[in-house]
Design a binder for this molecule. Structure first.
Ligand SMILES: [Zn+2]
Ligand SMILES: [Zn+2]
Length: 346
C-alpha cells in the first residue's frame, strides 16, 4: 500500500510503498478516505513528541472498515467510521465506564503506531473505539473533526457545561479555538475571543464571536474580558496552551466560573502560575480536557449531520496523499487563520 513515511525527524516525509499493517486481533484495518493534517503530527515529525522510526503520521481519520479481527463483534467490512485520536484499551475500568480518552493503556494511531497518512491504518480495540459515521457526514468533514473540533466540543459541553446565554471566553484562535468559537455560538452562548493576530480575530467574529480582544493591546487580558462580559465569563478555554493564556483564562472567569485547559502545556510551560487564591475565594472550577471517547460522539455528529455545526468551514485546503508530507513540513511556518488541511484519498 502507499503511505507517507519519514525515516528521520525533520526529513521531508515521502509517499512510498510499504507493507500493509497486520489486522489486530481485537481491531480493524480502516481504508482511509480522509485524514487531517494537525500540529500534533508536526510535533512528532520534529521529534518534540518521540515516535518509533520510520514513522507514518496521521491521527484525524475517516474511512471504511476493510478487515475485522476475530474478537471484534460490532463492526463489519464496509462500515463508514471515524476514530478518536485517543483509543482506549477496551478492557480497563475507565474504558468500561466510557472514559477511554484517559485510558492508561491507550493507543494513538500516528503516535504509538503507524498512522493514517496511508491507504490502510490499524485501529486497536475496535468495539471500544470506532464511531459510526452518519450518511449525511462526508469523509472530509468527519476528518476535520480531528482532534480539535471533538476536543473543543467536549471541553465546552462535558467540562464547561456551557449554557445558552452564558459568556464563553476563548483564548487563542487557532484550530481548537476557532472550533470552540463556532460550537459556543451554536450552543447559544455569547462568545468573546482573544488572540494576538488580527486575522485570527476577524475569523473568530465571522464564526460567531460577539466580541474580540487583541491580547497584545491590553496589559491584563483577564480583566479586559471581565469588563467586556459584565463581570466575567461563565466558561473560559485556554485553547493555545501557554502560561500567559492559562492565567488569563482563569482571570477571565466570573464567580463559580469554569476554566478548561485544552491547549497542551508541555515541558517548561507545564506549571503556569494560576491564581489559586481566586480559585478558592470565587469557587472557580479548573478542568483538563483530553479528547473525547467514541461513546460521546453521537450528539456531536447529530449536530454536524443537521448542519447546526459546520466543521467543514474550518477546512482551508483539500489535498492528495502525495502532498501530505509537504503540508506537514509547511507547518514550520505557521500561517494562522488559513484553515486546516485535509488529505482526501479517492
Ligand atoms: Zn482502557
Ligand atoms: Zn490532531
Amino acid at each position: 500500500m502507499s503511505a507517507v513515511v519519514f525515516d528521520e525527524y525533520g526529513e521531508l516525509p515521502r509517499l512510498r510503498e510499504v507493507a500493509e499493517p497486520p489486522c489486530p486481533e481485537d481491531g480493524v484495518l480502516v481504508r482511509v478516505r480522509a485524514t487531517g493534517v494537525c500540529r500534533s503530527d508536526w510535533h512528532a515529525w520534529r521529534g518534540h513528541d518521540p515516535v518509533a522510526l520510520p514513522h507514518v503520521p496521521g491521527h484525524e481519520l475517516a474511512g471504511v472498515v476493510h478487515a475485522v479481527g476475530p474478537s471484534v463483534s460490532r463492526w463489519r467490512p464496509g462500515d463508514r467510521v471515524t476514530v478518536p485520536f485517543v483509543c482506549g484499551c477496551g478492557r480497563c475500568e475507565l474504558c468500561r465506564e466510557g472514559e477511554a480518552q484517559v485510558c492508561a493503556d491507550q493507543t494513538q494511531p500516528g503516535f504509538t503506531g503507524p498512522g493514517s497518512f496511508a491507504e490502510l491504518v490499524a485501529i486497536h480495540a475496535a468495539d471500544t473505539n470506532l464511531v459510526t459515521l452518519p450518511r449525511d457526514v462526508d469523509f472530509v468533514t468527519a476528518a476535520s473533526l480531528g482532534c480539535r473540533f471533538a476536543t473543543a466540543y467536549r471541553a465546552l459541553t462535558a467540562h464547561g457545561r456551557l449554557g445558552a446565554g452564558q459568556w464563553l471566553a476563548v483564548h487563542g484562535c487557532g484550530g481548537v479555538g476557532l472550533s470552540a468559537v463556532m460550537i459556543g455560538a451554536a450552543l447559544g452562548a455569547r462568545v468573546i475571543a482573544t488572540d494576538v493576530n488580527p486575522a485570527a480575530l476577524a475569523r473568530a467574529r465571522e464564526l460567531g464571536a460577539e466580541g474580540s480582544l487583541d491580547a497584545s493591546a491590553v496589559t491584563a487580558v483577564g480583566e479586559a474580558v471581565r469588563a467586556a462580559t459584565g463581570g466575567g465569563a461563565h466558561v473560559s478555554l485556554d485553547a493555545l496552551g501557554s502560561p500567559a493564556t492559562a492565567v488569563a483564562s482563569v482571570e477571565s472567569l466570573r464567580r463559580r466560573g469554569r476554566h478548561v485547559q485544552v491547549g497542551l502545556l508541555l515541558g517548561s510551560h507545564s506549571t503556569p502560575p494560576l491564581p489559586m487564591d481566586r480559585v478558592v475565594a470565587q469557587e472557580l472550577e479548573i478542568y483538563g480536557s483530553h479528547g473525547m471517547a467514541a461513546v460521546d460522539y453521537a450528539p456531536l455528529l447529530e449536530l454536524v449531520a443537521a448542519g447546526a455545526l459546520r466543521p467543514d468551514l474550518l477546512v482551508g485546503n483539500v489535498i492528495g496523499l502525495g502532498e501530505a508530507g509537504a503540508a506537514l513540513a509547511a507547518m514550520d511556518h505557521p500561517a494562522q487563520a488559513v484553515g486546516m488541511t485535509v488529505v482526501e484519498i479517492p
